[in-house]
Design a protein around this ligand. Structure first.
Ligand code: GDP
Length: 321
């Protein structure tokens, strides 16, 4: 039976610990008293390389794995490099899942994304709407790769009886995010742009799209807590949504970012940029039923993320514009 507390002294591997999600999961596991944590940078183990992944698992034999390694990016990056998003993600997850099952990993959490659900799924999106309709074209290659991961987890459970599970987080944000203007998601993209405009005294800031699509935002520390909670309280092949249960239009989000950084100029919408899916609010009743809820509100989480970004700017680890 796998619904039980995780063994804090068992070897635990966080794949993708340099990323937004993996970094937060690693910090949470450390805070929770896990004593045998294993990580590897992509230079040490390229997870797209099957031989390298097999050798790593053969050597380390983790009992627990959080699979947070993935090629991720915002709407423009996904639309520009669909082949990379497809191939890198298929290879990373197939290699890690196969190697984990072959070397006796007992518990594993695979992280997907809310973009796996159909573009016009009924809102809020329930887990059982998976594969009931067509995908949003700006990120269909990434979505198909992640759907394949969910199916692989289910297949491994059926064929090998392993206790592996999948979770689908909504849009994430927080310290450690990617603030690169081309590759980032909307929240870090806007923080960077509004802060640069404030510092430069620019009269306007451009926001991509019409501003009408609605998005839900979960702080990555809340997600990290949810990951451990699911590993300890859930053992089924059906993916579980992780979100806050509330969303807001991009225009409102942009104003909130402007207010948080203290920018007082005007917002201009660039409708030549894609809107993406109109709405993707997750139904979070499954995870609420399992006893987990998001705790960090958007205003509070956004203020903390802006503070973190300013520290990075001051330290010279990111540029303002
Ligand atoms: P999505 O949730 O997969 O669509 O990914 P994003 O987080 O990249 O985009 C969410 C929404 O925010 C889309 O409608 C974008 O057009 C819009 N958006 C507005 N400004 C920006 C920006 O500066 N960067 C990004 N990535 N999206 C933006």
């Amino acid at each position: 039976m796998s619904i039980a507390p995780l063994d804090r002294s068992a070897r635990t591997y966080v794949a993708g610990h340099r990323g937004l999600v993996g970094g937060a999961v690693l910090a949470h596991l450390q805070a929770e008293g896990f004593t045998d944590l294993v990580t590897a940078t992509s230079a040490e183990v390229d997870l797209r390389d099957r031989g390298a992944v097999e050798a790593f698992f053969d050597r380390e034999r983790p009992a627990t794995v959080v699979l947070a390694a993935a090629k991720v990016g915002g709407i423009l990056a996904n639309a520009t490099y669909p082949a990379d998003f497809f191939s890198d993600n298929i290879r990373i997850q197939t290699n890690v899942l196969d190697a984990a099952a072959a070397t006796g990993t007992e518990r594993l959490l695979f992280l997907g994304s809310s973009c796996i659900y159909p573009k016009f799924a009924e809102q809020p999106i329930r887990e059982d709407s998976l594969l009931t309709g067509l995908l949003e074209p700006t990120n269909d290659a990434y979505a198909i790769a992640k759907i394949a991961g969910v199916l692989q987890v289910q297949a491994l459970r059926r064929q090998h009886g392993v206790h592996y599970i999948s979770a689908m987080p909504t849009n994430l944000y927080g310290p450690g995010d990617n603030f690169n203007p081309e590759g980032s998601h909307v929240l870090p993209g806007l923080i960077r742009r509004f802060e640069a405009a404030r510092l430069d005294g620019d009269p306007t800031v451009t926001v991509w799209g019409t501003g009408t699509p609605r998005r839900e935002f979960l702080h990555v520390s809340d997600l990290a807590r949810a990951c451990v909670h699911l590993l300890e309280n859930y053992d089924d092949g059906a993916p579980v949504n992780i979100g806050v249960g509330e969303d807001l239009p991009i225009a409102e989000l942009a104003q909130l970012v402007a207010d948080t950084v203290g920018y007082t100029g005007e917002l201009v919408f660039d409708t030549t940029k894609p809107d993406g899916t109109p709405r993707k609010l997750l139904d979070v009743s499954t995870i609420h039923g399992l006893g987990w809820r998001a705790e960090i509100g958007l205003r509070e989480g956004l203020a903390a993320t802006v503070a973190w970004y300013r520290e990075q700017l001051a330290a010279g680890t990111v540029r303002a514009s």
